[in-house]
Design a protein around this ligand. Structure first.
Ligand SMILES: [Zn+2]
Length: 432
């Protein structure tokens, strides 16, 4: 068990008095938190801070950095990995037949993988930075800005600015300087490509999952969809293959940044490129980016791809609000809304994404990704009064048929609605 191990290894109740332990903020990347911890403790590096704390005898000098940071932040390692690293995306698909929780205590993962960021340099959104400054009093580096292939801030619909500060080594985190980070927000027309847009929706939803998915499950769905579309799955043959479809529909420069090895494998049309076409083979494991881009190219609707991918339903996920300032001065930064607040806003805006965007302050794309994360039903389903009435009588104990008959709703609609997690929404509907 993670919790017991964390207690055993680092003795979480025994923080030395001198150690300054700032609160970790929603959506804050581990690296950003590490930087704040170092600054507050006047330490040069995480290594030297670990050495100083271990000299007090409360942590093992060899504690993995991710585990040390979680201990400083006073959160479980699993929670730390889920909400403050890219682990949910990087570990979205795993080999085993059974899913495992992100952050399950696997020593080698904690030591070598947990803090990896696959984007070469830290990225920031200028508008988020200004909001953070106004709300928390300082800017943070965000997890949601470092999903490979999602090159804009979903909240503000602005391109992310690459800071040029290397993400490769957490040990070098002290080199990140906010004053040296470029500040520029250019007018931006949006991703302008449907595959890129669907990719963003899919990878953001993967980030919100609490456990990995067996790679077999993903490749099965992708292979079936490819077959439906008449694409070839064999290594050789005359028909078009998945990677041809991706190259035809997604921007080449974006693909080159997303899957650098792909274009060198794809020497001409029809060639089987393992880094991408491998996603159709259940025995192969490719990078998570490849599965997400395959789904984005094969489906015309990201929600449909996601619901095919995740047959099993997930619990609604709180967006984890931690200690806030008592009197916030600016608009809430992305990630600072609780699941209930989002559901409430959804209901109050009469299920309109645009109205909700206005209410919470952010773009419609951002709202959409919030709704996906919380697994709330789309407006088209919930908005109909008949569906709502049928849902209420079903929840009150009626069977599906009679709930639909009495409300004049269709059984398909109600069954669709029940696939979503309604625990957040139903009490609000009832109140309304
Ligand atoms: Zn932003």
């Amino acid at each position: 068990m993670i919790v017991e191990d964390a207690v055993r290894l680092v003795g979480r109740t025994l923080h030395p008095r001198w150690l300054q332990r700032p609160t970790i903020l929603p959506d804050e990347l581990a690296h950003s938190y590490a930087l704040r911890v170092l600054v507050l403790n006047e330490a040069d590096s995480l290594e030297s801070l670990i050495a100083a704390v271990s000299a007090d005898g409360v942590v093992d000098p060899k504690v993995p950095k991710a585990q040390f940071l979680a201990w400083v932040a006073d959160v479980d390692v699993s929670e730390f990995l889920r909400f403050h690293t890219l682990a949910p995306f990087q570990q979205a698909f795993t080999c085993g037949a059974t899913p495992h929780s992100h952050g399950e205590n696997r020593e080698s993962h904690l030591r070598y993988e947990a803090l990896r960021v696959k984007v070469p340099s830290f990225r920031i959104c200028d508008a988020c930075k200004q909001e953070d400054l106004a709300y928390w009093g300082f800017p943070i580096i965000r997890v949601s800005h470092h999903i490979p292939g999602v090159e804009w801030c979903e909240k503000h619909a602005q391109p992310l600015i690459s800071t040029g500060f290397d993400t490769r080594h957490i040990s070098r985190i002290q080199r990140f300087s906010w004053t040296a980070a470029p500040s520029d927000s250019t007018e931006w027309p949006g991703p302008q490509n449907e595959v890129v847009e669907r990719y963003a929706a899919i990878s953001t939803a993967l980030m919100a999952r609490c456990e990995s998915m067996p790679v077999r499950q993903a490749s099965g769905i992708i292979a079936a969809r490819a077959k439906q579309q008449g694409l070839r799955r064999a290594l050789t043959g005359k028909r078009k293959i998945l990677s041809d479809l991706v190259l035809e529909t997604a921007p080449r420069d974006w693909i080159a940044r997303l899957l650098p090895s792909f274009l060198s494998q794809k020497t001409r049309p029809g060639v089987f490129a393992a880094s991408l076409d491998g996603v159709m083979k259940p025995a192969t494991i490719c990078r998570p980016e490849a599965y997400a881009v395959a789904l984005a190219a094969l489906y015309s609707d990201a929600d449909e791809a996601l619901s095919d991918l995740t047959n099993a339903q997930e619990a609604p996920e709180s967006l984890k609000v931690r200690a806030k300032r008592s009197r916030p001065s600016g608009s809430k930064p992305a990630g600072a809304h609780t699941a209930t607040e989002v559901a409430e806003a959804y209901f109050r805006s009469n299920f309109s994404n645009a109205a909700m965007a206005k209410l919470l302050g952010g773009s419609c794309t951002w709202i959409r990704s919030l709704l996906v994360r919380l697994n709330l039903p789309p407006a088209s389903l919930i908005g109909k009064a008949r569906n709502r009435a049928a849902l209420m009588s079903f929840k009150a104990g009626a069977n599906i048929d009679s709930a639909c008959t009495s409300a004049g709703a269709s059984v398909t609609d109600l069954v669709d609605l029940l696939r979503f997690d309604l625990d957040l929404l139903v009490p609000l509907i009832r109140r309304g």
